[in-house]
Design a protein around this ligand. Structure first.
Ligand SMILES: Nc1ncnc2c1ncn2[C@@H]1O[C@H](COP(=O)(O)OP(=O)(O)O)[C@@H](O)[C@H]1O
Ligand SMILES: [Mg+2]
Length: 236
């Protein structure tokens, strides 16, 4: 089975006050559905739009996205988007036809929320709510998780913990990730590849060395890649 996501000639515009504003303009990009791709780019460059197109929440104006057959995808946003009146466990199983509480508990355990099955979202911290959102995505056996700035609203310490947890969970579940972030350090810590979007296209792509344990991004080649990404973000 092919693991490639083939995006070709993808165009998407939005109509604002009667004017058509192009966001993605003839975007060509091949992504590895099993890999960890990080999308970066200036605010408003179309990162969220691309994730929504990939997930099928939006339809392109033209061009196409070819996904591996039967790929199960899940999507996570900056906010956890939990139902406030449901417990963590019920949030995780929401919308599943025959939910198994046992599996829900397993997923909550995997994200480090054992003991909080019956807690309501308001009783959970921001980081814990994002963990529950991740458990909800994993509950659906997603093979590819699309993440739109999932840790942006968290404090830096919680963010660092969540990054480590995400890498651990990814190893355990063997799933692919496409993650959007504004934080270049986060991109360097997590990704196999960084793709920089600019002007509606994939302007640059950077391969990162294979993940072996915890990366020290204050060493080469990460420092050089960071410099290139920062310069490209400024100049493009
Ligand atoms: N549903 C929508 N209707 C109108 N304009 C939109 C809509 N979604 C996004 N846009 C516009 O498209 C551009 C790209 O948005 P987005 O993909 O959210 O950017 P990013 O995630 O890179 O910050 C922005 O100018 C935004 O205002
Ligand atoms: Mg966005």
């Amino acid at each position: 089975m092919s693991e490639a996501i083939l995006i070709s000639h993808l165009c998407k515009s939005f109509c604002i006050e009667g004017r058509s504003i192009p966001v993605l303009r003839d975007l060509d990009l091949t992504l590895d559905a099993r890999g960890f791709t990080v999308l970066v780019g200036r605010s408003g460059c179309g990162k969220t739009t691309l994730l929504r197109l990939l997930s099928g929440l939006l339809q392109p104006d033209s061009g196409q996205i070819l996904l591996p057959a039967d790929l199960r995808m899940g999507i996570m946003f900056q906010e956890a988007r939990l139902m406030p009146w449901l417990t963590a466990e019920r949030n995780v199983t929401l919308g599943i036809r025959r939910p198994t509480p046992e599996k829900a508990r397993q997923m909550l355990q995997l994200v480090g929320l054992s003991g909080f099955e019956r807690a309501y979202p308001a009783q959970l911290s921001g980081g814990m709510q994002q963990r529950a959102a991740l458990a909800r995505t994993l509950m659906r056996d997603a093979q590819l998780i699309l993440m739109d700035e999932p840790f942006a609203a968290l404090d830096s310490f919680t963010r660092e913990t969540m990054q480590k947890e995400l890498l651990r969970i990814r190893r355990e579940k063997d799933c692919g990730v496409i993650l959007v972030t504004h934080n270049i350090d986060e991109a360097l810590i997590l990704g196999d590849r960084i793709v920089l979007l600019s002007d509606g296209r994939a302007a640059r792509s950077y391969e990162l060395p294979a993940q072996t344990g915890c990366r020290d991004i204050l060493t080469e080649p990460f420092l050089s890649i960071k410099k290139s990404v920062m310069e490209a973000l400024k100049s493009l």
